[in-house]
Design a binder for this molecule. Structure first.
Ligand SMILES: NC(=O)c1ccc[n+]([C@@H]2O[C@H](COP(=O)([O-])OP(=O)(O)OC[C@H]3O[C@@H](n4cnc5c(N)ncnc54)[C@H](O)[C@@H]3O)[C@@H](O)[C@H]2O)c1
Length: 258
């Protein structure tokens, strides 16, 4: 018996990075995944990768997690195809860095939409189905929601991610009477296309990676191994919690070496 056998999992942002890793990991554990991304062609490539491994994934069409209609029809496609929803992994998101004074309210709005609307719209669309299945939600936040950074000037980014952790807890409280669990994973310094262009770009001091205790950047699958556990029945007593997956990066003072 695999950890997620027969569970229907909505995963956003499956075109690349952590979302692609999620599609591969969840299907390897027996989940029936419904993926989606703004970058539809790349999401279809993920679908082919999953199919090659023998997994089950549907990518109904382009998905914009900041658009209510798009999210609703994505959820309906999942229910039509597989009869319900057991897991929501709200992974899609985007980052814009910039120091205080250099970011406008447009940047803040962009980040709130990308990081928070993605949960705000996805969870209500899936909620009746999660209540029926006594399912679970996993939000993907960021260590930026917990800690400030000396290496990445990013005033608006933590605003969205701090709120995400608070929303996760509230959803856990509202889900509890229905048997719905809600947790958050906060990645930090994971090597993806997205982070290479932002958090890990050369001008953002990638060299300080030594501070992560294992002495390497995280891989997308490191995050999704935690995600599989948290959305499986093994985590039945874990809800309202946030979990850091950053190789200890945020636990040590600058200067530590692996
Ligand atoms: N990589 C890291 O170090 C790191 C650290 C902290 C948090 N995170 C968070 O983890 C999540 C995934 O990060 P990643 O590194 O894999 O990023 P990535 O940029 O490599 O992949 C993100 C995916 O989400 C998609 N996406 C963005 N906005 C979307 C939208 N509105 N609708 C649908 N799809 C959309 C993108 O097209 C892309 O395929 C993001 O929420 C990110 O903020 C990542």
């Amino acid at each position: 018996m695999k950890r997620l056998d027969g569970k229907v999992a909505l995963i956003s942002g499956t075109a690349r990075g952590q979302g692609r890793a999620a599609a591969l990991r969840f299907t390897a554990e027996g989940a029936l995944v419904v993926g989606g991304d703004l970058m539809h062609e790349e999401a279809l490539r993920t679908q082919r990768l999953v199919a090659r491994e023998g997994g089950t994934i549907l990518t109904p069409g382009p998905l914009d997690v900041t658009d209510e209609d798009s999210v609703r029809s994505w959820t309906e496609d999942a229910v039509d195809a597989f009869g319900g929803v057991d897991v929501v992994c709200a992974n899609a998101g985007a980052v814009r860095l910039g120091a205080i004074g250099s970011q406008s309210s447009v940047d803040l709005g962009f980040l709130v939409r990308a990081e928070l609307d993605s949960v705000w719209l996805t969870v209500p669309a899936a909620w009746p189905h999660l209540v029926r299945s006594r399912g679970c939600v996993l939000t993907i936040g960021s260590t930026a929601g917990l800690n400030a950074s000396l290496t990445n000037p990013r005033t608006a980014h933590p605003a969205a991610n701090g709120a995400l952790i608070a929303v996760t807890r509230q959803l856990a409280a509202e889900g509890a009477p229905h048997g719905v669990r809600v947790n958050c994973v906060n990645p930090g310094r994971i090597d993806t296309d997205g982070s290479r262009a932002t958090l890990l770009a050369d001008d953002q001091m990638r060299g300080v990676v030594r501070h992560a205790l294992p002495g390497r950047l995280g891989a997308p699958v490191d995050v999704m191994d935690a995600a599989v556990f948290l959305t499986s029945d093994e985590a039945a007593h874990i809800t309202g919690a946030h979990h850091v997956v950053d190789g200890g990066w945020s636990a040590v003072l600058p200067g530590a070496t692996a």
